[in-house]
Unconditional design. Structure first.
Length: 385
């Protein structure tokens, strides 16, 4: 159980890094004088980098049959680059360091999730009992980052990011590697995975639903500030969102059932629509922050069900790569469209129109989920089949 304890601690620290990066990078860039279109360009370009980086590191992990050693390399590079990013003010340097951080930091997510899933299976515990600590780390650090940014200045995030990254690096050194499959990695098995119609339709569903979620992640802090909110309020909003995930992840053993993933994903899509539609009409920044409690009915349910469904249909030896494909769609490809298109819409029409647009996209995702549930929801498929 020592390995599980170390993994839970690493989840806390890694998602704390994401809390400094994902919600506060746009806020930091805004504080350096960049407009929404420029912020969208940087975040969108980072999504392009992620498209290449996540499959690359996922393939390296599968080919070398190790997750831990790859994580060590990625984490030390992320810690150094994160420090340089939040210590910079030049537009050119911000672009360069942000791109590098996307290359090294974002691939850690699918590898960590793969580690969570494999080690939870080996230990006979639920995936959510480990992932809960990630949600806790994200929530706590989102709250702290807002106050630290306000009281010590935006550049103080550089020391915070590097310090947490180095502690996480030390934890990984003492942690055993993930159990590996006995099956060799083959290109034919990957081709079989990607040529399956059910798999492709599932990935389309993930893409449709993730674009509005990524738009919200990118511009929520900017919208709160536009409505008159402070960096502390941005941190509080993300604390509420991440904190609400904790119970959902912890109780995943109770509500997450094999064969029911598609209907669960569809229900989460319905709440995404409700959340973003209400956000479009809120004018009080505090109310917008409190509304993030609806996160408990959206992301943790959607993503947990998606991971379980993916692990049932992907060949065993390509699980890390399959997890990477999922993360690539949810955080990479969708992030490009979300950032570029979202930045253009925000710049031209404002935050309200942006949230009306993403609520419509979430509605489309929900309807597509219903179609897939009717088509595939009654049968239980597996990677072996």
């Amino acid at each position: 159980m020592k390995a599980i304890t170390l993994l839970r601690s690493f989840n806390f620290l890694y998602f704390a890094l994401l809390a400094i990066f994902i919600p506060f990078l746009p806020v930091y860039l805004d504080g350096q004088g960049l407009n929404p279109a420029q912020i969208g360009f940087i975040v969108g370009s980072g999504g392009i980098i992620t498209i290449f980086a996540q499959p690359l590191w996922g393939m390296i992990s599968d080919r070398t049959r190790t997750v831990r050693k790859v994580l060590l390399l990625l984490l030390i590079c992320s810690s150094l680059i994160g420090y340089w990013l939040y210590a910079s003010s030049s537009y050119t340097l911000l672009i360069i360091f942000a791109m590098l951080l996307y290359f090294f930091l974002m691939p850690i997510d699918p590898l960590t999730e793969s580690l969570n899933f494999r080690m939870s299976e080996a230990a006979g515990i639920s995936y959510g009992s480990i992932r809960t600590y990630g949600a806790l780390g994200y929530g706590v650090m989102a709250l702290c980052s807002g106050y630290i940014m306000s009281y010590f200045g935006a550049h103080s995030l550089a020391y915070l990011f590097a310090g947490i990254g180095l502690i996480g690096f030390i934890l990984i050194i003492g942690m055993p590697d993930a159990p590996v499959t006995g099956k060799p990695v083959t290109l034919s098995s990957l081709k079989q995975f990607l040529s399956n119609k059910e798999t492709l339709l599932f990935l389309v569903l993930i893409f449709i639903s993730s674009v509005p979620a990524r738009m919200n992640d990118t511009f929520l802090g900017v919208y709160i500030k536009e409505l008159g909110g402070s960096p502390e309020l941005v941190g509080q909003a993300w604390f509420i969102a991440a904190g609400s995930e904790i119970a959902i992840f912890a109780l995943s053993f109770w509500w997450l059932r094999k064969g029911k993933e598609l209907i669960i994903i569809t229900i989460a899509g319905a709440f995404y629509f409700l959340r973003f539609f209400i956000s479009a009409w809120v004018t009080d920044p505090h109310m917008l922050a409190y509304l993030q409690v609806l996160q408990l009915l959206t992301f943790p349910i959607f993503y947990s069900a998606a991971i379980q469904y993916l692990y049932r249909i992907v060949p065993e030896e390509w699980r890390a790569t399959g997890q990477t494909v999922l993360a690539l769609l949810f955080f990479g490809v969708s992030g490009i469209i979300a950032s570029y298109a979202g930045g253009a819409v925000y710049e031209a029409f404002g935050g309200q129109m942006l949230y009306l647009s993403i609520s419509i996209m979430s509605l489309v995702g929900m309807l597509f989920g219903i179609v897939l549930t009717v088509k595939y929801g009654r049968s239980v498929h597996s990677a072996e089949q």
